[in-house]
Write a protein that binds this ligand. Structure first.
Ligand SMILES: [Zn+2]
Length: 307
């Protein structure tokens, strides 16, 4: 197991997780087996990606209690340190669990609580990404940008790929968790009209390109100047959006795949191949191309963007 994480009081919002050393993009900061695992109710299967998050609310309390009862006294005591002291075991589980998805983008097959990982707080501009490693039966947290020793580490509790705006993100989060997000991006976006306008534009471009990529007439579409401008503006807007040094952001490789598919469908396959291979390099750095998770992600992108 890998563990470069230290947990201590943040002084602002309870406990938080911090890196114990300098790390580079692609490094693994933590690999951890779950402290306890709860199976979803039978009707929780086959739900959509976002629905599955809300569906987690339907985990029967009795299933959570049943699993907690199986823990040793030491682990029960550890569990009670996660989240707020006044939380019950059930609410602690609900606010701190991870979805266990053997394949990314599919409904979770279980929900897990982790001794270290469950302390990692949310940010809409996270510096970590995580995935379930089926072979190791553990969750793996990967570094997205350079991190220095002592720096707080964050994940995104929301799927990051839809480029939601601050109000949407806050509403989605508040549906699930009892907090209003005041991460650096939310603060900047809510107080600065320029940042908000940029996010808004990025989201519009993203949705427009998703619609184009999924339209049926893709094969007959010619690659117009308008479309070329749209793809160019989209990639430029994403590059501007990413925090400095965050070259491994998963949204970037999804964007490359999206652009690749539009180029490929529009009579410019060379450019499509170029962007597709750029995306593949990023997937490789993040997940390892030959790891199960890397394979799933590559397959998913190929299907999603019809490559
Ligand atoms: Zn936020």
């Amino acid at each position: 197991m890998v563990d470069f994480i230290d947990v201590h009081a943040s002084g602002k919002y309870g406990n938080a997780a911090y890196s114990t050393r300098d790390l580079r993009p692609g490094d693994i900061i933590l690999r951890e087996a779950p402290l306890l695992v709860v199976q979803p109710p039978p009707n929780g299967k086959g739900v959509s990606f976002l629905d599955s998050i809300f569906n987690a609310k339907n985990i029967p309390a009795s299933s959570i209690e049943h699993e907690i009862q199986k823990l040793s006294p030491v682990h029960k005591a550890e569990l009670r340190k996660i989240a707020c002291e006044e939380d019950t075991d059930i609410s602690r589980f609900m606010s701190c669990h991870y979805d266990i998805r053997p394949k990314q983008n599919e409904a979770p097959t279980a929900f897990g609580l982790f001794l270290k990982g469950s302390y990692i707080n949310h940010s809409c501009q996270p510096n970590l990404l995580y995935f379930w490693d089926e072979k190791m039966e553990s969750m793996t947290w990967v570094v997205l940008k350079h991190i220095v020793a002592g720096q707080e580490v964050n994940i995104s509790y929301l799927p990051m790929f839809d480029w939601q705006e601050v109000n949407e993100r806050r509403a989605l989060l508040q549906n699930i968790f009892p907090f209003e997000c005041n991460c650096m991006l939310c603060e900047k976006e809510s107080s600065n009209p320029t940042v908000f306008a940029h996010q808004h534009k990025l989201r519009d471009l993203h949705m427009a390109l998703i619609n184009i990529a999924s339209s049926q007439d893709g094969n007959t579409r010619s690659f117009s100047l308008d479309l070329q401008h749209l793809v160019g503006a989209y990639l430029a807007a994403i590059t501007q959006e990413l925090p400095p040094g965050q070259t491994l952001d998963p949204r970037l490789y999804r964007a490359y795949y999206l652009a690749a598919s539009i180029y490929s469908q529009s009579g410019n396959p060379e450019k499509g191949v170029l962007l597709g291979s750029k995306a593949t390099v990023l997937v490789d750095q993040l997940y390892g191309k030959h790891s199960p998770q890397g394979q799933h992600e590559l397959e998913f992108c190929k299907q999603l963007y019809s490559l």
